[in-house]
Design a protein. Structure first.
Ligand code: PMP
Length: 384
């Protein structure tokens, strides 16, 4: 029996069009885009084409795209760059506070810890029961000492979306820079860097049907920037090292794939999600969903089975052919209770009984039906 994949928020399957484009490129045996010979110039043309396509689809300028290994590197780079270049930026001088959200990805949280040791003040804004940010606390936190506000566009564990445009406006009004992690947003909800107004945005291709280990940091034109990797003029001297051209090609193709017909796809996912929820409630009226009533991505369902161990449930589902997860993919394997759910004020017992089912383009109604059948079997067994 083919396995059922319900872990799209950890990573998505590779799109067929991406696989095809990569196969063609592999056959062409692409050379180094920095070489000046004909082969190098051909590689450079491909790189430029990918950059143009990427920028066009993300609503930014080609030179605002910096390709790198993914959102982890992008998030680390933003924090480092903003901190290191604050003395060169007249507007940022004398500012040392970074405001962020309690449920950010670890690549923001851990990176901020490093800069706290170097003198940065970090103020963390909490979330409510629906995972939404505490607007009043945010208003209080962002002041004339704030250097940067970092707010993810949607959360990887719950699929809850945040009002980034509004918060970006607030940050700018108070003279601070604004960064948004769109790793779990691009390809799932409309995102336009220009319209959003952010100074920086981080993304990873494997979250929208592209290859792993490639992503981009969008950097608003004119923003002061201090690179982490030096020793080469690649990416307009913002990220040294020979470009991952296959990855970059995969990323640009994947963007095209994931954004094509997005609205219709989201309607389909919304009804799949509604059906899955209704069926779960019909079978187990005591289940609890961790979601936002209006700002919810349709491809993620975070559900608690209080009294059950989410970890054991996932292990049993895995044995029965279902791939799902709990917490962040980067933390799975650990028995820790989800800090995102705890931050939302969810009791520990409920958080421990939670799992995340995430799905997307390749998920069919038949698969959801099969998932429900398997869940019934597994939960019956676990009850015994
Ligand atoms: N930010 C968010 C919101 C994520 O979900 C992830 C991946 N779990 C990352 C950043 C890091 O992405 P990557 O592992 O591709 O660098």
């Amino acid at each position: 029996m083919p396995r059922l994949y319900f872990d799209y928020n950890a990573t998505t399957p590779l799109a067929p069009s991406v696989r095809q484009a990569l196969q063609v490129a592999l056959e062409r045996n692409i050379k180094n885009p920095s070489s000046v010979h004909a082969e190098g110039r051909e590689a450079k043309r491909l790189l430029d084409d990918c950059r143009r396509k990427t920028s066009g689809l993300l609503g930014c300028l080609p030179e605002e795209v910096c390709f790198l290994s993914g959102a982890t590197e992008a998030n680390n780079t933003v924090i480092s760059s903003v901190w290191e270049s604050r003395s060169q930026d007249r507007k940022s001088q004398g500012r040392s506070k970074i405001v962020t959200l309690l449920v950010e990805h670890d690549s923001i949280v851990r990176s901020l810890e490093q800069f706290q040791k170097k003198g940065a003040t970090v103020e963390v804004v909490g979330v409510n029961r629906y995972g939404d940010l505490d607007q009043e606390a945010l208003e209080r936190a962002v002041d004339e000492r704030t250097l940067l506000v970092a707010l993810m566009a949607s959360n990887n564990e719950t699929g809850i979306q945040f009002p980034v445009e509004k918060v970006c406006h607030l940050a700018h009004e108070r003279g601070a820079l604004f960064h948004t992690d769109v790793a779990c947003t691009v390809g799932k909800a409309p995102f336009d860097f220009g319209r959003c107004g952010a100074d920086f945005a981080s993304l990873s291709a494997h979250k929208f049907y592209g290859p792993k280990g490639i992503g981009a940091l969008l950097i608003r034109r004119g923003t002061k920037f201090s690179p982490v990797l030096v020793g080469g003029a690649q990416e307009f001297s913002r990220r040294a090292g020979t470009e991952n051209l296959f990855g970059i090609l995969g990323l640009s193709e994947a963007l095209d794939f994931s954004l094509h017909g997005l609205e219709r796809e989201n309607e389909r996912l919304t009804s799949l999600r509604r059906w899955l929820k209704e069926e779960l409630l019909r079978l187990y009226e005591w289940v609890v969903f961790h979601e936002h009533p209006t700002r919810q991505l349709p491809g993620a369902l975070n559900v608690a089975f209080p009294g059950f161990s989410g970890q054991t449930l996932l292990a049993n589902l895995d044995l029965e052919g279902v791939a799902a997860s709990h917490g962040s993919a980067c933390q799975s394997g650990s028995l820790e209770v989800s800090r995102v759910l705890l931050a939302m004020g969810i009791p520990e017992e409920e958080a421990l009984g939670s799992i995340r089912l995430s799905f997307g383009r390749m998920t069919t109604e038949g698969e959801v039906q099969e998932l429900l059948e398997i869940m019934k079997r597994v939960l019956r067994r676990m009850k015994k």
